[in-house]
Design a protein around this ligand. Sequence first.
Ligand SMILES: [Zn+2]
Ligand SMILES: [Zn+2]
Length: 350
Amino acid sequence: MRRLPIYFLIDISESMVGEPIQQVEEGLATIIQALKTDPHALETVFVSIIVFAGQPKTLVPLQEIVSFYPPKFPVGSGTSLSKGLGHLMYELRNNIVKTTYEVKGDWKPIVFLFTDGVPTDNSQAAINEWKENWQRTANLIAVSFGNETDTKLLGQLTENVLHFKNTNVQSYKEFFRWVTDSIKTSSISVENNSSGFELAKLEGETLSKIDLTKAEPIRQYVDDNYVVLNGKCQNSKRPYLMKYRKTIAPSIYAGVELSSKNYKLVGAYQVDNSYFELADESTFNTTVNTEELTGFPTCPCCGNQIAFAVCVCDKIHCIGDEEISTCPWCHNQGSYGYGEGGFDVSRTQG
Ligand SMILES: [Zn+2]
Ligand SMILES: [Zn+2]
């Protein structure tokens, strides 16, 4: 039986922390569950999951559906599309069986790329390599989670760039049903010896194809749509992330219309130490002023009242009502007062 390899290449940068990553985790689980009950898919479909932030990682090596168990998704710092693509191409080179005179090889692999932001590094070399070596031998579908993706860049990889409006739980359900249906129809069409690639019909507003002739390029190496700050819990020593989303508020100042940029708290989330493994070693020194931030959370690890204390080492940690606090990063001890006005804090690449 010839295999139909399905690769998921998933952006797990910090902007995905919270609901998106949780929904992707559940979505992948429902896809596998549905495919397990589909006789065509069960026979032909093999699945692999690759994640990327600042670093890439194979979360699930290519394997048949029967023995597949849905993984937990980590979160990392940065969005290195070039490393993600590079790792994908490495996996394809090593795992895809080519057709020879003796052996019938695999069907054309299908790659679903999910990303919600802008690469934090230069992706051009990896994109060129994809175009040269894989564009004709694999089918890639790039899905932009939300409005803030560089669709022009994704358009260099594939004609299939889709916009997914990830507005609520229902939209995630519809989206993952579409992915499941696309895999099912593809597994049937390979059996009939046709192209072996057939996306399910797009219905409703949730998912739409992007007109690439109209897409605008975005050039930036920090994902500006979110501010994500990395703290460490003083009690549990575990890292956490505080995520803020950009809002542009129109304001009128002395009769002049201005728009002021502000970041509103989305939430605070506990992450594990794989966060550091998946981060880019060369973190940029970018800061955000606290006056641009609205909302300060409690510590998601221990419940301490203030998750946003900044040590003299410039790192963030939580504080409670203890008199003397110990910084979990540099072990400096001190007591904290409330700062006056705004100050700059280091932010991650997003
Ligand atoms: Zn804490
Ligand atoms: Zn410190």
